[in-house]
Write a protein that binds this ligand. Structure first.
Ligand code: AVI
Length: 321
């Protein structure tokens, strides 16, 4: 059947505009978390990863440092390491150091939506790891994309997805994503993934409501973005960052709570808020020891290894197709 052409309407052109208008009209009101990450939002997220209160980044980093040799062994000889959402590939360097020292990697394929950033990263990685084919792909890894041609000696594809970004997907999204990863990895492929674990509620609250207020700025940044890009009129002093914990499924929710009765105008549409009403801006799912394994199983991925820190706050898990 021929594809239906997109209808010309006077709806806002950008996906951001469409999603914000739709999300503010629904109940509960919500804005997808992916819209945090404009340039300022990405910088704020980077600052979050360096906060004392935000344990995931440094805990995962330490797990990679402590177990890199075992991971290299489990990855096997001549794998192509395909990193989803590579950014500056900071954590990957721990793995790349260990893999490159043994000359066991066939190629490194960083995938990121920002082509300019990706090129910079590729240049510095080629310098740091002479002889390693670095094959960047500018793409949105949640959609279909083609892998570049891999060196002929490549034995398998290993997808690397650190940071517990899988926790920002809904469960159906996570299932679809894992299915897509299994397809990209192909037969004999693998997934090495960072998975944040459910833990003491005070630790979780502090991580998402840090005393320095960086996470609050990160959350409020989506309103700044609406003001700038969607002709919004949000008064940033009339909104507060709020964190809620929920256990079904276990997650940290971020909200923007209206401090007063007010009207928010976006692209000419008016949305009425009563004091105390909120916009849900992010879910960060936290998993039990087997939480991700059961989702992955539905996608045809079998867990083979699991590495954690001594407190069991974070895990890095290896799955195979
Ligand atoms: C990107 N993602 C894994 C972060 C998280 O912890 O869910 C985003 C974040 N939100 C608030 N702080 C960090």
């Amino acid at each position: 059947m021929p594809e239906e052409p997109e209808l010309e309407t006077d709806a806002p052109a950008s996906a951001f505009g469409r999603d914000v208008l739709a999300g503010l009209a629904e109940r509960p009101r919500a804005i997808p978390a992916k819209y945090f990450y404009d340039e300022r939002g990405s910088r704020l997220f980077d600052a979050i990863t360096r906060l004392d209160a935000y344990y995931p980044t440094r805990t995962e980093r330490q797990i990679l440092l402590d177990h890199a040799d075992e991971m290299v062994e489990a990855i096997g000889k001549n794998a192509a390491l395909v990193e989803y959402g590579s950014g500056s590939s900071e954590k990957t360097r721990i793995l790349l150091d260990a893999l490159h020292a043994r000359r066991t990697l066939a190629a490194y394929v960083p995938i990121d939506i920002s082509a300019a950033f990706l090129e910079q990263t590729a240049v510095s990685l080629r310098e740091a790891y002479p002889g390693l084919p670095v094959l960047p792909v500018a793409a949105d890894y949640t959609r279909a994309f083609d892998l570049p041609e891999l060196p002929s000696e490549t034995s398998r594809v290993v997808v690397f997805f650190p940071g517990s970004t899988v926790g920002n997907f809904t469960q159906p999204e996570a299932r679809d994503f894992l299915r897509h990863v299994a397809e990209v990895a192909g037969p004999d492929g693998a997934l090495l993934i960072g998975v944040d674990q459910w833990k003491d509620e005070d630790v979780l609250r502090r991580a998402y409501d840090d005393p320095e207020g960086v996470t609050a700025e990160f959350n409020l940044n989506v309103l700044r973005r609406i003001n700038r890009e969607l002709d919004g009129d949000a008064d940033l002093d009339a909104w507060a960052h709020e964190v809620r914990l929920d256990d079904d499924p276990p997650r940290v929710e971020m909200h923007l709570r209206s401090l007063v009765d007010q009207t928010l105008t976006v692209l000419g549409e008016r949305f009425r808020f009563e004091a105390g009403e909120s916009i849900h801006t992010e879910d960060s799912h936290k998993f039990g020891p087997d939480g991700l394994a059961s989702l992955a199983e539905d996608a045809g991925l079998v867990r083979r290894r699991r590495w954690t820190d001594p407190r069991g706050w974070f895990a890095v898990e290896l799955y195979e197709t």
